[in-house]
Design a protein around this ligand. Structure first.
Ligand SMILES: Nc1ncnc2c1ncn2[C@@H]1O[C@H](COP(=O)(O)OP(=O)(O)OP(=O)(O)O)[C@@H](O)[C@H]1O
Length: 302
């Protein structure tokens, strides 16, 4: 269990995280979701005792993590897959970690097998692909067989097969009763990975709930209409107070239902080639929720 209580972290004039409170429970995969620069890595670093909070507290299994000797047996983490010694072999890197944490050497072979790197164990890490480095980072996290695991953007650089493997691994780790906390800036990654979500924007908590609860927010619907009379229909719908986007013969309408749009078109003798309702995706719900909290919005403000 991880408990974050009123956590604020400032770097000089920048507030990376502000009054953040949430709990990450064992036995499930919890996604830590937020746009770029929203404070995810900062929070993970504070949980790991690498950075000091400006105010607030963070505990892992009831105690600050930095108070625990032989940390890898308590918390395993993957923060930055590039942060490895390129001249070493995978086996040498893990052996050094095992030694300094008093973990038996046999665990090195076990975790290398577990992450599918047994055959390249003696190769230099410098020649590894990003996907292989991610697997090595996951192996380091698993080395001490810890009850709590933190992963910062672990799906980055993985091919679809790698993504599937990581998802199944996380599921299994959670089913074993461990606390699994996984960050991502993409809802689409978390949609099939996490049971619970902690969502932040600009360092502040936006949502802490199950994926199912979060999905229920995405019930806002839009109607897609295709018609050769797109401009005329757009005018009629706009006059009704609908929000309408026009692209070629296709309108995306929010406000009125499909039935209402169909009735308006019929009354004015406008032909419809398509009329369909769709619910906003989870990605859209996430973007909507964090829209006013994005640190570096895309595009060029003019
Ligand atoms: N060591 C540091 N010194 C100064 N500012 C920092 C430091 N670390 C993070 N920040 C700032 O804190 C804010 C949050 O950054 P953080 O890396 O925690 O976000 P993130 O959600 O992990 O982003 P990303 O998805 O891009 O990795 C940003 O404005 C960042 O520039």
């Amino acid at each position: 269990m991880i408990q974050v209580n009123g956590l604020t972290k400032r770097y000089g004039g920048t507030t990376a995280v502000k009054d953040l409170t949430f709990t990450v429970r064992p036995g499930q995969v919890t996604g830590f979701l937020g746009p770029n620069g929203s404070g995810k890595s900062t929070t993970l670093r504070v949980i790991l005792g690498l950075h000091q909070p400006t105010s607030g507290t963070v505990t892992v299994a009831g105690r600050p993590f930095r108070d625990r000797p032989r940390g890898l047996r308590h918390v395993g983490s993957l923060l930055d897959a590039h942060d490895v010694h390129g001249g070493r072999s995978a086996a040498a890197q893990l052996s050094a970690l095992a030694r300094s944490n008093r973990i038996p050497r046999r665990r090195v072979d076990e975790v290398l097998r577990e992450v599918g790197l047994a055959e390249v164990a003696e190769r230099r890490i410098g020649g590894f692909s990003l996907g292989m480095k991610q697997r090595l980072g996951i192996a380091s996290a698993l080395l001490g067989d810890p009850p709590v695991l933190l992963f910062d953007e672990p799906l980055n650089g993985l091919d679809p097969e790698g993504v599937k493997w990581v998802r199944e691994l996380f599921e299994r780790l959670a089913a074993e009763g461990r606390t699994v906390f996984v960050s991502s800036h993409l809802m689409s990654e978390m949609e099939h990975t996490a049971d619970q979500l902690i969502v932040i924007g600009r360092g502040e908590l936006v949502a802490a709930e199950s994926l199912a609860e979060f999905s229920a927010r995405g019930t806002r619907q839009s109607v897609t209409v295709t018609t050769p009379a797109a401009t005329a229909l757009k005018e009629l719908l706009t006059a009704e107070g609908a929000a309408v986007r026009l692209k070629g013969e296709r309108l995306t309408v929010t406000g009125p239902t499909a039935v209402r749009i169909g009735d308006i078109a019929r009354r004015h003798g406008l032909p419809l080639h398509e009329l369909s309702t769709r619910s906003a995706s989870l990605e859209e719900a996430f973007m909507e929720l964090t829209a006013d909290r994005v640190q570096y919005p895309g595009g060029d403000p003019r």
